[in-house]
Ligand binder design. Structure first.
Ligand SMILES: Cc1ncc(COP(=O)(O)O)c(C=O)c1O
Length: 406
């Protein structure tokens, strides 16, 4: 049945589909061998399944039904304690009254938009940006303003100019300051400071979305927006265990002004009441057992190796027709083609050739970046990466040499 015959709320029109999710569904239907650079997931072998199996019985308490009950909306107290400890001494160190457990980073983004975005409000997003983040703002009726990103993250001078031109202040500025999805760029310290200055001047909430910051494999940590904001009620930080431990657990957290706590509880109760308790208990045991540090050490080293393998393969196969980023952590390379091939057109040809990526326009509400694509280097072993990049080049050549292109 066509849903338009149903008495849908106006809001339903604001729910935009994610190209990432539709690409994933398309991918799941394929039966031939595909090198998968599309999803931003940790490698299958990076999920600490052996540790989980060992700690699970105790974590969930054999025979104890309590781990399967409803939990506290703001998060299971033992996880909140373990998390506070985990963050001690990091650039995200915080206090219990600011911490709120969520169902992944996505719920943090949703809660923030639910509390701050009214239909018609101006929300700044990076260009390119994380699609599901911009889609969340759109679902609350935001009008989006795209601000360019370069190697030093969001171009904050351009932000000031674009806001001036828009003639109104943004309600929310959505930033992914570290190892940005999709570009891999990290916002420089001076831009972080300037962004906070502008936000204060305008009274805009800054969403500081940082799922990848703990996956730094070279260079030095920068102070987070959260740390630089030092308790500024305008800074709303969104974090997740999805990239550092496992996305299927669906556990994340936000770090926000204590004054927001009651509103967050009310908003979350109207969504899902509480975060999956068994997953929180498992994470608590993982953190309290001291497993995270070793796990991250291994992952960072592996991701560094995988990034280099991908860049080496790109140099071999794409040196003449593309340039790409060089992130110091995270999951992604952003590749820009200079031979006129449109990556939205490339997607299906590449899939047939046996390689998957996400086309650039998926990361821009205005559909820009048809000359670019996102590759996740984190989830593929170096040998497979080499094969995948060779397949990608064959796909590009098939399009570039197609007779219809003249
Ligand atoms: C920048 C960014 N924010 C938020 C999320 C969502 O995280 P989660 O899977 O924990 O909901 C992702 C996941 O890809 C992401 O890359």
């Amino acid at each position: 049945m066509n849903p338009s015959v149903l008495p849908l709320a106006a809001r339903a029109d604001m729910l935009v589909g994610s190209v990432i999710d539709s690409s994933t569904s398309l991918l799941q239907k394929q039966t031939h061998d595909i090198v998968r650079f599309a999803m931003g997931s940790p490698a299958a072998e990076a999920i600490p399944t052996d540790v989980f199996a060992a700690i699970l019985p105790e974590a969930l308490g054999t025979g104890a039904a309590a781990a399967y009950d409803y939990g506290a909306t703001e998060g299971d107290p033992p996880l909140r304690d373990a998390l506070l400890q985990m963050l001690e001494g990091t650039t995200d160190e915080t206090t219990a009254d600011r911490l709120f457990i969520t169902a992944g980073g996505m719920q943090g983004l949703d809660l923030c938009c639910k509390l701050f975005v009214d239909p018609g409000d101006l929300v700044v997003v990076e260009s390119p940006t994380y699609t599901n983040g911009s889609a969340t703002a759109l679902s609350y009726g935001a009008e989006l303003l795209e601000v360019p990103v370069d190697d030093d993250g969001m171009v904050v001078d351009a932000l000031a100019e674009l806001v001036e031109r828009a003639g109104r202040k943004p309600t929310v500025i959505y930033a992914i300051p570290t190892f940005q999805n999709p570009s891999g760029a990290t916002m420089s310290l001076s831009r972080r400071g300037r962004l906070l200055e502008l936000a204060r001047q305008w009274g805009s909430v800054v969403i500081d979305d940082d799922p990848y910051g703990m996956l730094r494999f070279s260079g030095d940590d920068l102070p987070s927006l959260r740390e630089l904001g030092a308790g500024d009620p305008l800074v709303f930080s969104v974090r997740t265990f999805s990239k550092i431990v496992a996305p299927g657990l669906r556990v994340g957290w936000v770090d926000a002004a204590p004054e927001l706590h009651r509103l967050l509880v009310n908003a979350k109760q109207a969504m899902d009441t509480c975060t999956n308790l068994p997953a929180q208990r498992l994470l608590t045991a993982f953190l309290n057992g001291g497993h995270l540090e070793e796990h991250l050490k291994t992952q960072r080293e592996q991701y560094r190796t995988r990034k280099i393998a991908m860049q080496d393969s790109l140099t071999e196969h794409f040196g003449d027709i593309a340039r790409w980023t060089d992130p110091e952590g995270g999951f992604f390379l952003w590749v820009t083609l200079n031979n006129g091939v449109r990556t939205s057109e490339l997607f299906e040809v590449a899939l047939a050739e046996g390689v998957a990526f996400i086309p650039g326009p998926a990361f821009s509400p205005g559909g820009h970046f048809d000359d670019a694509l996102r590759l996740c280097f984190a989830s593929t072993r170096p040998e497979r990466t080499t094969e995948g990049i060779a397949r990608l080049r064959r796909a590009v050549d098939r399009i570039a040499e197609a007779p219809s292109r003249g």
